[in-house]
Design a protein around this ligand. Structure first.
Ligand SMILES: Nc1nc(=O)c2c([nH]1)NC[C@@H]1CN(c3ccc(C(=O)N[C@@H](CCC(=O)O)C(=O)O)cc3)C=[N+]21
Ligand SMILES: [Mg+2]
Length: 355
C-alpha cells in the first residue's frame, strides 16, 4: 500500500522547481528528489498485522520510569518567571510574544489559548492577532511585518497549519529572524543543520525533547537514536538536534523498509509520526528510552469533547519494555510550551542586551 514515487512523478515535481529544472531535464543525470510536497503517508497496516493491543495488567507490569514532562515544564516555567521579574525590576521591560491565529480550527484555538495562558503565568506580555479563515494572505503578511517592527514584541508565532490557500513558506519567511521563536525560518533551520553554526532559535518541540532527556539523566552522546517522522516542525529538527548532541541518528519515515526492526535497534526512540499507536511494544528494544511526540485525537465516548489525545506509541505495551517513557498527555506537550517561553525570554534578553 506504500506509495511509490515514480520517475514520472519525480520529473513532474522537479518541473515545479524552476531555477534549474531545465538544466537537469536536459542533462543525463537523474533529477534529485526535491519534492516540495512529498506524500508522508503512513501505512495503517501496522495496526492490523499485529496482535490486539495489550492492556496494563499484573501480567504485563509497568517497568519503565515515567518521564514527567508536566512537572519538568513547571520547574522551567518557574525559573523563567523569576528571570522575567528580575528583568522587569532592573530595566522596566518584560518579554513580549505575538501569536497569529488564522481560521477557526478548534485544536489551534486550544493550543493558542494554552500558550497565552502560559505567558500570563510567567509575566510575559502576549498579543494575539486573530484573522478569519478566508482572509487574504496579505493580511497575515502585513500582521507579521507590523509585529516585526514592534519593539515590544520579541517573539512572533504563526500558528500552523495555515488555511490551504495560503503560502506557508512565504509567511514564515517574513518573520524577522531575531523574533522567530518557533525556529521555523529557513535560515534558523539551516544554521541548525550546519556544523559550526548557531541558530538564533531552536524549534520548541525538539528542544523540549532534548531537555526531557537531559533532565531525566539520559546520556545522548554515542547513543543510537531513531526519529520516526521527518516533518519540518518536529522530525527533521529533532534529528538534527540529536546529531548535534552526538547521537547516531536514523530517520524512519513512510518509505523506510522494516521500520520495526530499525527502531528496535535504538537506545532512544523519538516518535513524531502523527499516527496513533503506530509504535508497538515489539518496536522497542528492552531498556530503550521512548519520547512520544504524537498528540493524536482519537474517539473517546467517555470524554466530554468526544475525543481524547493519544501518542504515536502504544503506551501499555511500550511501558513494559522501555526503561523510561513519556506519557501523552503530560510529556512533550507541556515542554513545548515551556521552550516557547524560554525562547521568548532569550529573545528579549538579546534585544535589551540584558544578561
Ligand atoms: N507555529 C506553531 N508552533 C507550534 O509549536 C505548534 C503549532 N504551530 N501548531 C500545533 C502544534 C502542536 N503543539 C502543541 C503544543 C502543546 C501541547 C500540549 O501542551 N499538550 C498537552 C495536552 C493539551 C490538551 O490536553 O489539550 C500535553 O501533552 O500534556 C500540544 C501540542 C504546538 N504546535
Ligand atoms: Mg512527520
Amino acid at each position: 500500500m506504500m506509495m511509490m514515487l515514480r520517475q514520472r512523478d519525480v520529473v513532474e515535481v522537479w518541473k515545479k522547481i524552476q531555477w534549474s529544472a531545465k538544466a537537469f531535464l536536459s542533462s543525463t543525470i537523474s533529477p534529485p528528489i526535491l519534492d516540495v510536497d512529498f506524500p508522508d503517508i503512513w501505512s495503517k497496516n501496522h495496526h492490523q498485522t499485529h496482535p490486539p493491543r495489550a492492556t496494563l495488567s499484573a501480567a504485563n507490569r509497568q517497568n519503565a520510569a515515567l518521564i514527567d514532562g508536566k512537572s519538568m515544564a513547571e520547574e522551567i516555567r518557574s525559573g523563567i518567571s523569576d528571570e522575567v521579574r528580575r528583568m522587569n525590576t532592573s530595566i522596566g521591560k518584560v518579554p513580549g510574544l505575538a501569536v497569529i491565529l488564522v481560521g477557526e480550527r478548534k485544536d489551534s484555538q486550544t493550543y493558542v489559548r494554552n500558550k497565552i495562558k502560559a505567558c500570563e503565568d510567567v509575566g510575559i506580555m502576549s498579543v494575539m492577532t486573530e484573522l478569519a479563515d478566508n482572509c487574504a494572505e496579505d493580511e497575515v503578511l502585513n500582521a507579521v511585518l507590523s509585529l516585526n517592527d514592534n519593539p515590544s514584541v520579541h517573539g512572533i508565532l504563526v500558528q500552523l497549519p495555515l488555511p490551504h490557500h495560503m503560502d506557508e513558506e512565504k509567511i514564515l519567511n517574513a518573520v524577522s529572524l531575531d523574533k522567530d521563536v518557533d525556529g521555523f525560518h529557513p535560515v534558523n533551520m539551516g544554521n541548525l543543520a550546519m556544523r559550526g553554526r548557531m541558530p538564533l532559535f531552536i524549534p520548541c518541540t525538539p528542544k523540549g525533547c532534548i531537555e526531557l532527556l537531559i533532565r531525566s539523566g539520559v546520556e545522548i552522546t554515542r547513543k543510537k537514536a531513531v526519529v520516526i517522522g521527518r516533518s519540518n516542525i518536529v522530525g527533521l529538527p529533532t534529528s538534527l538536534l540529536l546529531q548535534r548532541h552526538h547521537a547516531t541518528v536514523t530517520t524512519v519515515h513512510p518509505f523506510t523498509k522494516n521500520p520495526e526492526e530499525i527502531t528496535r535497534d535504538a537506545d532512544i526512540v523519538v516518535s513524531a509520526a502523527g499516527v496513533a499507536n503506530l509504535v508497538r511494544g515489539s518496536w522497542i528494544k528492552p531498556g530503550a528510552v521512548v519520547i512520544d511526540v504524537g498528540t493524536n485525537p482519537v474517539e473517546d465516548p467517555n470524554n466530554e469533547h468526544g475525543y481524547s489525545l493519544t501518542g504515536d506509541v502504544c503506551f501499555e505495551e511500550a511501558v513494559t519494555v522501555a526503561s523510561a517513557i513519556t506519557p501523552v498527555p503530560g510529556g512533550v506537550g507541556p515542554m513545548t510550551i515551556a521552550m516557547l517561553l524560554s525562547n521568548t525570554l532569550d529573545s528579549a534578553k538579546r534585544a535589551y542586551r540584558f544578561t
